[in-house]
Design a protein around this ligand. Structure first.
Ligand code: HAM
Length: 403
């Protein structure tokens, strides 16, 4: 049989499909716990919905949409994301006031396929509409975090930022234009074209990151209302025990965001695509689509990446990976000692570089890396939460204390 699935799409059979089944049913459980009933919208929408909603100058709209004319001559697009469709459905439904919806389904973006980046991919997500309070942001952010935590995504991290609103964003984009204007000679042509129309998009350009050193930051230009909102969201997350890191460079790739934006990262995912999800507030989107003013907040998570992370985590069969700075023979001696103490440990016997040994540690998804620096030196124990010096004879006890 010579037919292959289209580039960037996958067949999913057992045992992988079993992981998906578990990940998706866990989502049904968590989204229901937070009071989000199911919402389903068409996979095909009018092209204009995304042009207006997601933004004419975003990469998603300019380069990644599957757009075609149907047999009636209408331009339609396979949905590249879910928020615009859900907000459209809410506005069409005639429902007034607070509304919650959770979704799960396939989405399409014409991207360069690689591990964790597909042309057909699956998202689960929520949208919470007609809500203004920081408590809504915190509830939504917490749901995504708790779900990913219960799916046991290794190295889960939450990044948050604020992108301001129609009060304070214009002042900031002026400052940003000034900064980018001074770098025109070094920026790619695509970025130079964006400076006037949408300078924020330059900040997430894939090719120009090395040029964008210390750009002006939105957080330094927030108006009082936005800054108060951001402070409240952070305080609420703290009170809920949801750990986060502020990332002032987090701008997201879609134009509708205002105020809170966030991303969930799987730090130990063995792929360049380690954002397992993202979202934020989009207080102006409903009006952009011609509806009444309806603030909202939501997120979407990439199930392809979640399933990858879960499968990788399942493969972890080691307590630790040993990296040796003094060659494989000493590593063999150290590993032997640790193994007799009951530690499941592996190392590279081929004398590869320290960098290659760290790569191997990531590949086997070892939660702990032990760096051997030589006899008489303590072992440098590295985890994703910190580093410790531990004497060789105490390593096995130390590891037992971790579990
Ligand atoms: P997004 O950041 O474009 O946001 O996508 C959310 C997640 O979908 C990403 O973090 C990633 O895990 C996954 N994803 C995106 N593109 C691909 C791809 N080509 N292959 C595999 N996974 C992918 C949105 O889509 C917004 N609608 C989220 C949102 C909801 N904001 C507010 N409400």
């Amino acid at each position: 049989m010579s037919f292959q699935p289209p580039k960037g799409t996958d067949d999913l059979l057992a045992p992988k499909s079993q992981t998906w089944r578990e990940v998706l049913s866990l989502w049904d459980e968590w989204s229901a716990r937070y009071g989000f009933p199911l919402v389903m919208t068409p996979i095909l929408e009018s092209t204009e919905l995304f042009q207006r909603g997601v933004g004419e100058t975003t990469e998603v709209v300019t380069k990644q949409m599957y757009t075609f004319d149907d047999r009636g001559g209408r331009s339609v697009t396979l949905r590249p994301e879910g928020t615009a469709g859900v907000v459209r459905a809410y506005l069409n439904s005639g429902h007034q006031g607070v509304w919650k919806g959770a979704y799960s389904g396939p989405f399409f973006r014409y991207e360069r396929p690689q591990g964790g980046r597909r042309r057909q991919f699956w998202q689960v997500g929520v949208e919470y509409l007609d809500v203004e309070s920081p408590a809504a942001d915190a509830e939504v952010v917490e749901l995504g975090y708790r779900y990913l935590e219960s799916a046991e995504i290794p190295g889960l991290e939450l990044l948050i930022n604020s992108l301001g609103d129609s009060e304070c964003r214009p002042g900031y984009t002026d400052v940003l234009r000034g900064y980018l204007g001074g770098k025109k000679a070094e920026l790619s042509e695509d970025s130079v074209d964006l400076i006037d129309v949408n300078p924020l998009r330059v900040l997430d350009s894939k090719t120009d990151q090395s040029v964008l050193v210390d750009p002006p930051r939105m957080v330094d230009h927030l108006c009082d209302a936005c800054s108060g909102h951001f402070l409240s969201v952070k305080a609420l997350l703290e009170s809920l025990g949801v750990p986060f890191t502020e990332d002032h460079g987090l701008v997201r790739g879609l134009d509708y965001y205002t105020r809170t934006t966030f991303e969930y990262i799987g730090r130990r995912l063995d792929t360049a695509q380690n954002a397992v999800g993202g979202g934020g507030r989009y207080d102006g989107l409903a009006e952009t689509l011609g509806g009444r003013p309806t603030p909202g907040v939501g997120f979407a998570l990439g199930v392809d990446r979640i399933a990858l992370a879960v499968d990788e985590a399942d493969r972890t069969y080691l307590d630790a990976y040993l990296v040796s700075e003094t060659g494989p023979e000493e590593a063999l001696w150290v590993a032997s000692r640790l193994r007799r103490d009951g530690v499941k440990v592996d190392f590279d016997s081929e004398g590869r570089t320290v960098k290659a040994q760290f790569r191997a540690a990531r590949r086997v998804d070892a939660a702990i890396t032990l760096v051997w620096k030589g006899k008489g030196e303590p072992i440098d124990v590295q985890t994703n939460t910190g580093r410790w010096d531990v004497a060789l004879e105490e390593v096995s006890d130390w590891l037992r204390g971790q579990t």
